[in-house]
Structure formats: C-alpha cells, structure tokens
Design a protein around this ligand. Sequence first.
Ligand code: AMP
Ligand code: ZN
Length: 470
Amino acid sequence: MTVRLYNTMSRTVEDFKPIREGEVGMYCCGPTVYNYAHIGNLRTYVFEDLLHRTLVKAGYHVKHVMNITDVGHLTGDGDDGEDKLAKSARENGRSVWDIAAFYTDAFFRDEEALDIIRPDIVCRATDHIQAMIDIIRRLEEKGHTYISGGNVYFSIDTIDDYGKLARLNLDDLKEGARIEVDSNKRNPKDFVLWFTNSKFKDQVMVWPSPWGTGYPGWHIECSAMSSEYLGDHFDIHCGGIDAIPVHHTNEIAQSEAAFGVKPWVDYWCHGEFLLNDKGKMSKSSGEFLTLSVLVDKGYDPLDYRYFCLTGHYRSQLKFSFESLDQARSARQTLVRKIAQYRKECTPAAVLDGKTRGYLDSFYEAMFNDLKAPQALGVLWSMLRDPSLADDQKLAAVLDMDSILGLSLDRVEAVQDEVAVADSEALELLARRSEAKKAKDWAQADEIRDRLSRMGYKVVDTPSGPQLERL
Ligand code: AMP
Ligand code: ZN
C-alpha cells in the first residue's frame, strides 16, 4: 500500500516516494526548552509519532531526527525580543544550562508517558554551533549575506523564490516594511544568521565566530542539524503550522542557497493547532495545560493520546475536559475488552479473511494521510462485529496498536484493569467528599458528573457515599 501525505508545499495529498528506496529521512523541529511543553505542543509530537509509526508499518526504515532548541529562539519571530532560554533563566534565577537540562528531561518524560517513540537522533543546537558557522560561511561566499549593526543577515533578495512554502505575497512583504523595527535589515523579511553586536549584552551563551563573539539565529540550527544527520536533501520535514511563514520559510531559503539543492526537502508536513476556549493554546498567553496537570486531575497520559487520535492532524482540535472524559472512557472500554480477550484466549496466529479486511481498512485510513479518526472507527466496528472470534480481534487490535501507540500490548489480566478503574473512581469519590466538606458544590457536582461519564453512580448512604455501576 502506498503512503499518501499532504504536502504543504504543493497543497495536495501526494503519493510518498522516498529518495532512497525503502528509507525515509525525517526531520522534526523539536521543543524550545525554556518551559514545560503544553498539551498543544504535545499534539504536534503525537502527530509526528503517528507518521513515524505509519512509515515503519509501510515497510520503511525511518531515520527520525529531532532537535532541541536551547539557544537562539527569540520571543519575537522577526528577530526581536529576548532569547527564550535567557529570559527563563533570568526569571527563575538559574543558569541557562540548568533550565535547558531541566525542561529537556521534563519533555522526554512527557513523550514517554504518551508512548511516543524516541527519535533515532535527538540533537541540541548548542552542540552544533560549528556546523551552523560553516553554513553561514558558505552563504557568505555565495553572496547571500550582509553584515549590519554587527549581525549577519540573510538577504532574501538574493534568491528568487523566497516565501514559496507559505505562498507569501511579495507586495505584502513591502507593506510590512512600514512596521519593521530592525533598521539594520535591508528587506523587512531578511533574517539573522548570527548575532554579535546584539541588544543582549548579558547573553551568557556565546561562541567565537568569524564575525565576532555571538550566537546563532534560530532558523540556522535546523538547516545545520538536518544536513548533518540526513544529508543536504531529505524526504520529510515536520512541525506545527505556525512554523510555515517564518521558521520553515527561512530554513528553506538558507538551505537551498547554501547546499545548492532544490527542493531541499521533498515533503513538508504540518500539524494543526490544539485550541482552548481562547484560541490557540500557547505558552506566551500564559494559559496552557501540561500533561502533568492532566495526570494530577486523575487522567492517564494515554487518555490524552487517544483524544489526539480523535482529530485528524490537519484539523484544529478543541480541547475540553468533556472531550477528554469521552476519550478516557473509550480508551478504558478498549483496555477492558483487551483484558477480557487476554483472559480467554491468545492472539490468533493467522487472520481470517474478514478480520484481515478490517485490518486492511484500518491501514488504508492511516496510509491515506494519517486518517486516525477513520482508523479508530474501523477498530471499533471490528470489535463490535459478533461474527469474529475473540482471538482474531485480539491479534488485529494489537497489530493496529503498533500505529495507535496506546500500549495495548501491556494490558494483562481483566481483574487488574477493573481494579485500576475502580481505584480511580474511588479517588474521585474521596475528592467529591472533600469538595462537599469545603462547600464547593460546583466542584462536587462536576466530580459526580465525571463519575457518571465513567459509568458510576454516587449513592449517599448513612455510612457515607458509595459507588454503584450504572
Ligand atoms: P516550541 O517548543 O514552542 O518551539 O513548539 C514546539 C512545537 O509545538 C512546534 O512544532 C509548534 O509548532 C507546536 N505548537 C505550538 N503551539 C501549538 C498548539 N497550540 N497546538 C499544536 N502544536 C503547537
Ligand atoms: Zn526547525
């Protein structure tokens, strides 16, 4: 089966054809480690994990590279603002290196909890400064740069297709000139490759360079690290859609100019946003949820992964606790079913025609631009099909889970699962009693509603509240 992917560059779903037969080089922009990842960021990494797993299932050997941004990412996309790491270090009274190490660890804990396969190569920007300097030198030799105000800039007027990924309108770019603040720039969309004489005199992370002591602009790191591990031309580049107009646009401009390849990347794949009530969930707005907040509220991280699977990666997904409850309830039903099958049978070694048909439909959905909601629909239809034997269903669902990543292979005996569900419910019941004691009726009602969505009724008895199965 051919994998089909939506390519942001062509704005169409295309058959995926790798550069080297049977192999895929995939680069994903990683986290900027100045704060915890929020669940919106994590949605993007779940999407990339689905892509990785789907390609593996399709028989490719995948080399997945992800960077860790620990320098150069400023608070403003137009080379304005402060370095995010330096700002976080100052605000927390810690060193930039401590901040980077702390939030990198936190990020990988979240990824593991979400059953995200660790990329084959995880590389830090600060470990690749020389590679960045080398690319800037190549750009300089080819006449794509200028120095102004002490910084090295990429001149977008030296290439003829700047902005092709975002389909930027060059007239709009000129419009932008009026609001541009950096007077060093010849064109408002020029961007910094290397900062030396910057406004941040107290920048801690600095390195010697041919242009003086300083630090790299944000975009150059991804060109340097992708070429180091995947070569100057590779298959897939991923990120969230907010990377399209500036970060990825600038990565393309400098890479194609430096490496002399076009296209530099064959497929551009972008994940849509997770929204909250106010719009895009973002760190800068200060209103964001982390995975540990969900865990503190009694959710399993995989409830959130299941929730992500209920939306197509190219559609916006609105987060609410009601939807998360639904995802949790669906996942728990799934886990209970697997536990039941496990008690009664072992997975069939050979699939019969009908079960194979379901499995094929599941993979058709996933191979066709990662249609996870459709694939989940096939999974449930199969489980509800009374004509299939349980050992067939068990074998097929475990196979499907190699892409879904819901850790279904770790589900064991049925009794354990029921106990897990019950202990969660009992904890909620205890919290409801506390809320009632504190006269927080809204909270108590909310917990009762949640218990009911989990399949429990609260009965107040003389010896205290009890749970009954609905
Ligand atoms: P950052 O750590 O800020 O560099 O972001 C990490 C990744 O999360 C990037 O690929 C962003 O595009 C992506 N991202 C940021 N906000 C959201 C959101 N609300 N929903 C989904 N992805 C997001
Ligand atoms: Zn990047």
